[in-house]
Design a protein around this ligand. Sequence first.
Ligand code: ATP
Ligand code: MG
Length: 766
Amino acid sequence: MSERSNFITDIIDADIANGLPASQIATRFPPEPNGFLHIGHAKSICLNFGLALQYGGRCHLRFDDTNPAKEDIAYVESIQNDVRWLGFDWGDHLHFASDYFERMFEIANGLIDKGLAYVDSQSVDEIREQRAGFGKPGTNSPFRERSIEENRDLFAKMRAGDFEDGSHVLRAKIDMTHPNMVMRDPLLYRIRHITHHRTGDAWCIYPMYDFAHCLEDAIEGITHSICTLEFESARELYDWVLDAVGGWDPLPHQYEFARLKLDYTVMSKRKLLRLVEDGTVSGWDDPRMPTIAGLRRRGVTPEAIRAFAEMVGVAKNNTVVDYGKLEYCIRQDLEARTQRAMCVLNPLKVELRNWPKDFVDKLQVPWRPDGDESREIPFSSTLFIERDDFSEEPPKGWRRLAPGAEVRLMGAYLIRCQEVVRGDDGAVERLICTVDLHSRGGQAADGRKVKGTLHWVSEAHAATVSVRLYDRLFSAANPEADPDVDFVTQLNPNSLKTQPDAKIEPAVATCDPGERFQFVRQGYFIADTNDSKPGAPVFNRVIGLRDSWAKAPKTDGRPTRKKAKKRDDKPSNKRTRAEVRSAARAENPALQSAMDHFVGEWKLSESDADLLSADLDLIAFVKAAVASHGTPAPVASWVVNQLLGVIKDTPVASLLCNGTQFGQLVSLVEAGGVSKSAARNVLGHMVESGRDPAVLIDELGVGRQEDAGLVDEAVDAVFTEHPSEVERFLGGDQKLMGFFMGKTMRALRGRADGQAVRTALLSRLK
Ligand code: ATP
Ligand code: MG
């Protein structure tokens, strides 16, 4: 866990400096068991448990089960499961507010004895009216001056079940003219003849949140009670109750932070429950739900959620977080952990006219471009490609298949489309193609360039699987923007599309539920844990490879960014960008110090340093890029001349790639692994997808092949180092292809593309 620093750690650090032993730091996560946890709760969990880990203290999981009306034991179980799954451990500290009911009742009696609480026999509506409003003093209840004995007696009868719901309440006796409305004689207890999921019918009075919560914290020895901003005005009452009772050590304090709000999402449990009850989604764990259970089933990992919580940080003011940030964390995480496989979602049949009828070529293709392990993919005379990858009337620049066009089948051969066969309805039924038999591995023997690379599967060997393509649940950025519009009208009608007969390569057809893959060119997928059967996986799309929403117009009424003004526009009295940057530096010493560093230490030109120190995000990006590359000058030149041109007015913070990846790209260009012009193209993909440059170079097929000498040298070296593997390979152990691929790719550090290496290996191993 990284050491974080925010306003809460500042407070804790100060407490420790003032003598609080770090081992006594105690936080808690206090859910009410009335629904499943969502991504907002995850943020609170990561914060509270994260602080305990950071300081060597403890974090309690406490069920705030003081309101039995909507609570349920099933929620208690799901919540524990979710917290554990997120990677956190409460040790011995699993608590229930209901375990303190007896003690709370005694404490309330103590307040009566001190003259600080009384039984009010008015209705809740009357009480509310007497409270008045801001700037208007409230009026005292006619029951406010009841004697201690009478209060004691009535409160005991409330508990004994002598009264009906709503006939009496217990109130704190504070001040009906208090400027903070919360302090105008708040309710402490109310009568509720409801069976509680843990205490059964033992109680018919239940404590109010504001009374119970601070007591739960104090009883458990919580030091830092962190809650969301809505509770700010309740803090005074929190302190009042603890002070009125007295004798606490440690005395807990409440601190508030901004609750997580995500666009394209609703987070209120009430609204999520409605989606479940209406059948809009299949349950709390529907993969489109923002619940932890939903995200888990969707295929998101706890690591991605924790990274997201870390990324959004802890703030004091409410903001809406871009959903793309969550998706970014999910992609980053899956990019690093998944194997690449081929799955054709919407199949179109391809027959290879000149392929020997029953011959099957067993291709060894690595699971990951950077890995040693590979699997066998059979190639035969009838294949499937993606229907979208063929166009009869291709638009300009089309790199995929079209009549007469040639493409590369990933990891296999080059094919050319010779004929389009139609069905009775006139729709394209299949394609007749020819294959270049000398292009095994994907390179033409005569060196001709083929730009497009498609994924494919062999008809005879593929398995048919059902694939569910999930997307955001709402199409409006803020589904709750208009209180007069029901949020369910803002649902995304395309949040789930099912492809019932997708075709998948055989090595994946037998995967276990819960296994994740990248289906190349399609996205990240998981074999659903509920619906998959042995040998018959059902896949969920976790997320696409790139953010398809990035350019979607905002639908929440916020103004969209204006296009940059043309030069011939009327002169305006607005400042130039250079002036804006200079003024920003004058105001913010961090910008100025970065500028000084760029010129002084890195020896960059004033003008480059000026551009690069425009804002803190850009500075961080540049520093990360230089750290990964090693030398400032080329990185700076690439940022100024390429990156800023590619991204135009987009803020660096919203790019999906980071500085480290950018530095890698510059290194790859310098090492000759990719041409400058191809690298610009790769950069375009990088900023939109956040994927590593080496991976993109490989997938886009833009790796330089001119360095054949380099590849041959590496292959020779690998063979010399592994003579016994060479012997086994020559003896027929085809699986070793992946081993050699991995070793050679690694020796080349991604400077050559996979296809070139494969060809070189094959030519030597014949
Ligand atoms: P809802 O209003 O949807 O019912 P809640 O806040 O009442 O949610 P609780 O079970 O009381 O849900 O929440 C448990 C803890 O999680 C509380 O400490 C609360 O502050 C925190 N929490 C809830 N929602 C968010 C959120 N969106 N961002 C951060 N923390 C949250
Ligand atoms: Mg609540």
